[in-house]
Design a protein around this ligand. Structure first.
Ligand SMILES: [Zn+2]
Ligand SMILES: [Zn+2]
Length: 346
């Protein structure tokens, strides 16, 4: 006798706190404090403080402890390495690399022969700071669609980094100030600069120091980093300085000699956004999948059904339907805020 696996909709629901796995009795990336949370990665719109128990990769747990303190990061913390399995009340749970930031994972849930992949945030291009996204075949693939429009095609990141080095050569008397989000983007920029052969010390705004140190403690080589604080203005001529995006237009930047402002974000594709932030050198470098990466991923996982959490749901749903897939927009609350998180972070 064959038993038909239950449809994922019968055991994975959207509640006011986010995605809830009923048989496992846990939420994935809940928007508000819950008893038991599985957290895909450390960005603030996925990893909230105040849960009872948190299950995540060791690096994500370390990031949460760094950001929220040991207590608020969840007293009942459990680490699950990439590829390890855990039985949670009969739900088979695995965390698989998502290629987004250090520690990022897709949560693969399987119950009674029905498999769902909650991808969290992800990208498909190589990132020296974390292992690459692994496609897992499934019945339902849950995806973001931050850059889910055909206009979003991210260029090669090596070409974007080359623009920084070229600007530095052209303006040796100016400091090159790059705005980059504190978790993930700043460290990826550093690793990409090193990969491009840049071996001078890179200077950091104080708000980036702790997470860069955490990455280095986790074995990611970022080269020599120095704090900007306490340095003479003149000493920073011709140097590369990284700061959270909020510091670009802030008094803080006045301590730098004629700063040439750059910003690394997928949104730099949109000229108006670059202008709003007074960015002279927009760098299109994103930790989110672009349109081609999103559509390629739907092909790779081969799910007959796709649920879209946030972003440009309609465009991606339309594309999926055109390929004969069922598509559903979840419109999860509080997602996609990480592009703003640097504003709020200390
Ligand atoms: Zn994220
Ligand atoms: Zn996110």
């Amino acid at each position: 006798m064959t038993v038909t696996p239950p449809h994922p909709q019968t055991w994975l629901r959207v509640t006011d706190r986010g995605l809830y796995c009923e048989p496992g009795d846990f939420h994935v990336d809940p928007a508000r404090p819950v008893e038991r949370a599985v957290v895909t990665h450390g960005h603030a719109d996925h990893a909230r403080p105040g849960h009872g128990a948190v299950l995540a990769t060791p690096a994500t747990l370390a990031i949460m402890a760094e950001r929220y303190g040991e207590a608020a990061a969840g007293p009942g913390r459990q680490a699950l390495d990439h590829g390890e399995r855990l039985d949670v009340n009969g739900v088979d749970l695995r965390l698989v690399p998502a290629g987004h930031v250090l520690g990022s994972a897709q949560a693969v849930l399987e119950w009674r022969g029905s498999r769902v992949v909650v991808s969290g945030d992800y990208k498909r291009r190589p990132d020296p700071t974390c292992p690459p996204f692994e496609p897992v075949s499934c019945d339902v693939f849950i995806t973001e669609a931050t850059f889910g429009l055909p206009v979003f095609r991210h260029p090669d990141d090596a070409d974007e980094v080359a623009k920084i080095l070229a600007a530095r050569a052209t303006f040796p008397e100016r400091a090159l100030l790059i705005g980059a989000y504190a978790l993930g983007k700043a460290q990826r920029m550093l690793a990409l600069l090193r990969r491009a052969g840049y071996d001078r010390p890179v200077y950091l705004h104080g708000a980036l120091m702790r997470l860069c140190a955490l990455y280095q403690a986790q074995g990611v080589d970022l080269g020599e980093l120095r704090p900007v604080a306490g340095l003479d203005k003149a000493a920073l001529a011709g140097e590369i300085v990284l700061a959270p995006p909020s510091a670009l237009a802030d008094r803080w930047s006045r301590r730098l000699p004629e700063p040439l402002t750059a910003m690394a974000s997928g949104w730099m594709r949109v000229r108006q956004r670059a202008r709003q932030r007074n960015v002279e050198l927009p760098l299109i470098i994103s930790d989110h999948a672009d349109w081609d990466e999103l559509t390629r991923t739907l092909d790779d996982v081969g799910a007959p059904e796709v649920w879209i959490t946030h972003g440009s749901e309609e465009a991606l749903a339309h594309h999926a339907a055109g390929r004969g897939l069922r598509a559903r927009a979840l419109a999860l609350v509080g997602r996609g805020e990480e592009e703003q998180e640097a504003e709020a972070a200390p």
